[in-house]
Ligand binder design. Structure first.
Ligand SMILES: [Zn+2]
Ligand SMILES: [Zn+2]
Length: 387
């Protein structure tokens, strides 16, 4: 039986672009859509024909094969048979008519069917938020947490039926979990409403889990937070998530994973940047001028002495090697940078004021390197204005 040319079926030229074909198909398919012509075998045949033609021509590869070899391109072994259009049916349909179409998701149509049971199932992943201090991030810590994890109900052993009661195969779907209905030439497949897609039901559901087969148990876990952990780190505990439901998991069950999301609290002394720490240390004006030692805290709980050289300026940065954060999975440590905040004395008593006034009357600009620099620049600025 001679097959009609696909381009003729759609009523487009051989050179038609995708848009032209799509609109031609849409128009023609709408006119003979089975919803509009129930029980009209001619409309149905026409619709099938259109669909097949569009299925081939809207696919660049199949179209190229068709252009070269005609219908024989799809005869046995070729590119998936003349019914190729049906392979792509969902795509075409959601494209053309938008998901809703003939009632109910098209994704449900022609779907594998009956595959519900006997597929391996995986339990849900769980997420646990944990906030730790910077000190703990430095040292690392074992932390006990309690997580509600889904597991087989111990009363019904995950079956969902009261002890002694049985699980019965759903008579509506015969255990498949899915039912098919015929509408025109469409076969619709949906989850069975009687058993909720389980393929079986429990006439006497377990009292403890309400027939679910699972309960969430508060489970204690010991989580090791490694030293050097960064804010926002995600730690995966493989297989510590929810158990997969026992019912409907014919081909094995796999537990989900538990993810620990670690956030590190801001510290009131140290600021962290990767492995390095930053700290602002106040230094009395006299120490900055005369030189001396100051002591500052370190993240490991100890103290570090810093030698302040004579004439240190405000904002000076000093580096303490290997006094920073620990580095993840390494014996190394980052550095600590200390920024000096030179402090001007406030609330002077009479004697202090006299001494400072005396100091001021002695001092010239040469004792203030930054002022010297600033006023040199200012002088240049004014001189240039005059020119
Ligand atoms: Zn139970
Ligand atoms: Zn059923």
């Amino acid at each position: 039986m001679a097959k009609r040319d696909y381009y003729d079926i759609l009523g487009v030229d051989k050179g038609a672009d995708a848009k032209t074909m799509k609109s031609a198909f849409r128009k023609a398919a709408m006119a003979c859509h089975p919803d509009r012509h129930p029980d009209d075998p001619q409309a149905e045949a026409r619709f099938k024909e259109l669909n097949e033609a569009y299925g081939v021509l809207s696919d660049d590869q199949k179209r190229a094969a068709y252009d070269r070899h005609g219908h024989s391109a799809f005869e046995q072994g070729g590119m998936g048979g003349g019914g190729a259009g049906f392979q792509d049916f969902n795509d075409i349909f959601s494209q053309i008519f938008g998901g809703g179409g003939a009632g109910g998701g098209f994704a449900d149509m022609f779907g594998g069917g009956g595959g519900r049971r006997n597929t391996a199932q995986r339990g849900s992943d769980l997420r646990y938020e944990m906030e730790i201090s910077l000190e703990d991030a430095f040292k690392g810590k074992d932390i006990d947490i309690t997580v509600p994890i889904a597991d087989d109900c111990d009363r019904c052993d995950g079956i969902g039926a009261e002890p002694g009661a049985s699980v019965e195969t759903c008579s509506t779907c015969g255990g498949a979990g899915r039912v098919r209905t015929q509408q025109g030439f469409f076969t619709m497949e949906r989850a069975c409403g009687t058993c909720g897609g389980q393929g079986e039901y429990v006439s006497n559901p377990c009292r403890q889990c309400d027939g679910q087969g699972q309960t969430r148990m508060q489970t204690d876990l010991d989580v090791s937070i490694p030293a050097g952990v960064e804010d926002g780190t995600r730690i995966r505990l493989t297989g510590q998530g929810d158990a997969a439901p026992k019912r409907g998991s014919g081909a094995g069950r796999q537990r989900g994973d538990l993810y620990i999301f670690v956030s590190v609290k801001p510290h009131n002394l140290f600021e962290r940047e990767g492995a390095n720490l930053f700290c602002r240390a106040p230094v009395p004006m006299t120490v900055a001028a005369l030189g001396g030692d100051i002591e500052i805290p370190t993240i490991d709980g100890g103290r570090a002495k810093i030698k302040i050289p004579e004439g240190s300026q405000h904002g000076k940065r000093m580096r303490l090697k290997a006094k920073g954060m620990s580095v993840l999975r390494s014996a190394q440590r980052g550095d600590m940078y200390v920024e000096l905040a030179v402090e001007t004395p406030a609330k002077l008593n009479k004697r202090q004021r006299e001494l400072l006034e005396e100091f001021a009357s002695e001092g010239g600009i040469e004792t203030s390197p930054e002022s010297q620099n600033f006023f040199d620049k200012a002088k240049n600025f004014w001189d240039n204005l005059v020119d």
